[in-house]
Write a protein that binds this ligand. Structure first.
Ligand SMILES: [Zn+2]
Length: 233
C-alpha cells in the first residue's frame, strides 16, 4: 500500500465521522429556534395584558417539578419529547383554581391528561390535567364531577378568575399528584412560567403603589450596602 493511498483512506473515514456527528447533533436538537420565536412574540403580548385579578392555579403549592419545553423522555432512552406545560406539585386533593375568568370549552377524562378541563379567556386557552373525578353527561350536557370535593363544572359554564374548578389528583399519565398546567395563546403553546412571572410582577407593582413604606425600606437597604462596600476599602 503506497503512502498516498493510506492518507486518502484516513481522510475518507474522518469525513464519515464528521458526517455522523452532524446528523446526531441535528436529531438531538429538534427545532428549538421555531419554538423560541413563537415564545418571544407571545411573551410580549402576555406582558401587555393586565392580570391583576388573575390567580395562581393551585392551592398548597409545593414545587415546580417539570418545566415547559423539550426534555428527555420520561420513559428513558435518548428520546426527546415536548412538555407542553408546567408541572406544579401539590398534595392530592388540593383545590385547583381557574387562572383567569373565562368559559369552559371542554371537559375530558380519557387521555394522558387524565380528568381535565380547558378554559378559554379571549385568545388564551388554559388546560388543567390529572384532576380528581370524571366526566358525566346529564340532559346532553357534559360535566366534570368530583363529588367528594364538591365540584361540578359544565361545558359552556362561565368561570371567574380564582374560582375552584377541581382538585389535584393522579388521573392520566402521572407518577405523583400534581397539576399539569398548559397555556396557549392563539393556538401556540406558551411557557406558563413566563406568564406567572409577568402576572406576579404586575400584582407586586400594584401592591407596591398602594403602600408608601416600600421605597423607604429599599433606600435603607441601599445605604447599608454602600457602607459595607466602603468599609472594605
Ligand atoms: Zn406535565
Amino acid at each position: 500500500m503506497s503512502h498516498r493511498r493510506q492518507r486518502v483512506a484516513i481522510y475518507g473515514s474522518s469525513l464519515v465521522v464528521l458526517g455522523l456527528s452532524i446528523v446526531s447533533l441535528i436529531t438531538l436538537l429538534p427545532k428549538p429556534a421555531k419554538v423560541k420565536a413563537t415564545q418571544a412574540n407571545t411573551k410580549q403580548t402576555a406582558i401587555s395584558k393586565s392580570w391583576l385579578a388573575a390567580s395562581f392555579p393551585v392551592e398548597n403549592f409545593q414545587a415546580y417539578t417539570s418545566g415547559f419545553g423539550y426534555r428527555r423522555s420520561a420513559t428513558g432512552g435518548n428520546n426527546w419529547e415536548f412538555h407542553s406545560g408546567l408541572d406544579i406539585a401539590a398534595p392530592e386533593g388540593s383545590y385547583i383554581r381557574s387562572w383567569w375568568t373565562g368559559t369552559v370549552i371542554k371537559v375530558g377524562d380519557h387521555n394522558a391528561c387524565g380528568t381535565h378541563i380547558v378554559i378559554q379567556s379571549g385568545e388564551w386557552q388554559h388546560t388543567y390535567c390529572h384532576m380528581q373525578g370524571e366526566v358525566e353527561t346529564a340532559y346532553g350536557r357534559r360535566y366534570l364531577v368530583d363529588r367528594a370535593g364538591g365540584i361540578q363544572i359544565a361545558e359552556g359554564q362561565q368561570i371567574p378568575g380564582g374560582y375552584r374548578i377541581g382538585r389535584v389528583g393522579m388521573t392520566g399519565r402521572t407518577t405523583g399528584p400534581h397539576l399539569h398546567w398548559g397555556l396557549k395563546y392563539s393556538n401556540n403553546y406558551i411557557d406558563p412560567a413566563a406568564v406567572l412571572q409577568a402576572m406576579f410582577s404586575q400584582q407586586q407593582l400594584a401592591r407596591g403603589a398602594a403602600s408608601p413604606s416600600n421605597p423607604k425600606q429599599s433606600a435603607v437597604t441601599i445605604e447599608e450596602s454602600k457602607n459595607v462596600r466602603d468599609s472594605g476599602d
